[in-house]
Design a protein around this ligand. Sequence first.
Ligand code: C2E
Ligand code: CA
Ligand code: CA
Length: 736
Amino acid sequence: MKKELFFKRILAIILCALLVFAVFLPAYAAPETPDEEILTVGVPKNRCPIFYSDPETDEPVGIGVDLMRGVAMDAGYLPHFEFIEEETLKDALDNDEYDVLLPFGSAIESTSGQKSIVTENLIQTPFTLVTEGSHEMPPLNELKVGMLHSLSGAADTVHSLYPGIEIKMYETMPECVKALRAGEVDALLHNSYVWSYVLQKPSYADLAVQPSAMFSMDFRAGTTDTEKGREIIERLNGGIAGLSDTHRQAVILDHTSRRLYKYDIFDYLYQYGAMIVLIVLLFVALIVIAMQRFSDFRKEQEEKMQQMLDHDPLTGVLSMSGFRKRVEELIRENPDTLYLLSFVNIKNFKYINDSLGMDEGDALLKFWASKTKETLSDKEAMCRIVADRFAILRRSGGDELLQRDDENVVNSVRNYFIDRGKENRVQICGGVYVLTPEDYKNVDVDHMLDLARVAEKRVRETKSDGYEFYNPEQWEKGKRIANVVNHLHTAISAGDIKVWYQPQVDYQTGKITGAEALCRWNHANLSWIQPSEFIPTLEESGLIYDLDCFVWERVCEDLRRWKEQGVERSVSVNVSRNDIRKDRDIPKQFYDLIQKYHLNASQLRIEITETAFANNPEFLIQTTEKLREYGFQVEMDDFGSGYSSLHMLKEVPMDRIKLDLRFLTDAGDPEKGRIIIGYMIRMIHSLGMSIITEGVETKEQADFLLGEGSAEMQGYYFYRPMPVEDFEKLEDFING
Ligand code: C2E
Ligand code: CA
Ligand code: CA
């Protein structure tokens, strides 16, 4: 079956091949009749409308072709036109594949020196000059004219007519125009019919035709001067004789009126350039807008997603992930706020759900969440961890606030169902963790929550409800601090806040050179509280200024008393960054103080911590400058604690830098630390400032500093801070 089909196909192919052969064979075999002798005519390319290629067939067409066709056929030829590949007619003459060539003005010699003969004139073609813009032309004999290389025959004719003319040849029309515009030539010369076509190009709108036709050129056919050549010319001349003017006009009209210049992409660009650019810009803008929209949309979606992830859908409060982020943020932003973290849980929630239904359980959770939220400030946060478990970050407000919370929130949750006529009392168990200074340095929400949970578990296992602290000592401490803040003024007036002095020494001479005033709070029940415990809280509440004013005044009183005893001392006082505000004139305040106590400005040294400058450099620099104008010495405290210490040295006008050994040596390679300190000392000295080093605890440290050229020191190695009575008793104090 398959074999049969195969043979049928082969047979069909053979039959087709025979048919094609039968059709085309006669064309090859038929002998040429003598009256249809083929005449190969070579013509130049790209000279629309005289010679150009037909857009459909690519065959040569044009005025020249049509005229020649008539002439050749009249002479009994079958003309066949071909574009010449050679650069010039002179070259083409040497190619004997062409029987005859077009166009000749007159007989010329071929490149290899063969003579040529030409026909009679087919048509008189006008040659015209074109210039950039229309203007007066210099005399023809002095012109520099540009022409196409392929017109070299015509160029010879021009030369013979105008010997003074200078002709420059170019390969293409755009090159000609470029040369004209660049001023290389005064005008371009070409066949008028060609100009009528070329000048339609939009970017040539600035070119102007010089009105007087410069000359007319003959348009003849030519070939080499051979016997065959002469015969062809003779026969063609017969045809030319029969060419009528009407026919000539008709051919010209046909090719000049109907052949409109064909726009190429650059013409469109030239003509519609601005519009195209505008459209492209519009398009790009649309794409950019669309992309922006898309990215906004995505961002919005992401934010919505995040929002969803960060919130609990039931109660609307934060979810655990949102809480974690918020707590980290709050602690970072409020390092001076004392916080508590509670974990709270309903002991009998399962029973409530089972007996009253899930909806009632949900309603209770929502009530609880909204009730708690009402009491939270924007520096506090809460979340539902899961089910009936909540976590709350709250500022420590002492026992009072805890009690208030218990009454307002916890009680109403406890009685939620009772208030609605049902028997069930809600049992709430809570564990509270009080944040320690460590927690502020390294925030670990989950860890803190775990500790609160430990306390909650104790409650759940031992009581029916209520709360417990995980770290009650920390709570007591916090309360103490809160107490100071709440009772600062009473503490000051009761004399519980004291100024202590820590002497500063010159290690080389062993003499006391000054002292730093440091405050101490002596609580009747709780004994001494360190400034580091309550100063941050005072700074946060704005009360630090009251404390500092008290300390400054007390220092001035002491200085005055010592002066009266004949000892003129200098004391450094601390100025909190919160003291320096635009609505306070601290420099004037210090000035008033020394006036009041009849002191010299040099007796007060003002310590401002380095990190203060990072926050509000301009105003602090102004304040520093003013203090120095009054004659006070200004010291940069805690140098090396900030991130931009070196930058500060350049910006801030200081008298003395207080290096803190603890900042510079507490971590890393001690050898490197020593190298850094050595360089710092030298640098600070080179900048014209003096240095005191604090936190000096050992003899080695003191020896090292002295070796590096810095003798002024303060630290436990010499003296600890001491009450004023002790300070006054120091031998050095009396002798100093
Ligand atoms: P500060 O200004 O850097 O004061 C030096 C602190 O280092 C003092 O702590 C001092 O007792 C301690 N210290 C001195 N030598 C050594 C040593 O060799 N080793 C160690 N480990 N510590 C040493 P104090 O008195 O607890 O004060 C802590 C901070 O509280 C002060 O740091 C200062 O910033 C602030 N402060 C203290 N009194 C006042 C005050 O009256 N007003 C203001 N605004 N701040 C104060
Ligand atoms: Ca200080
Ligand atoms: Ca310090």
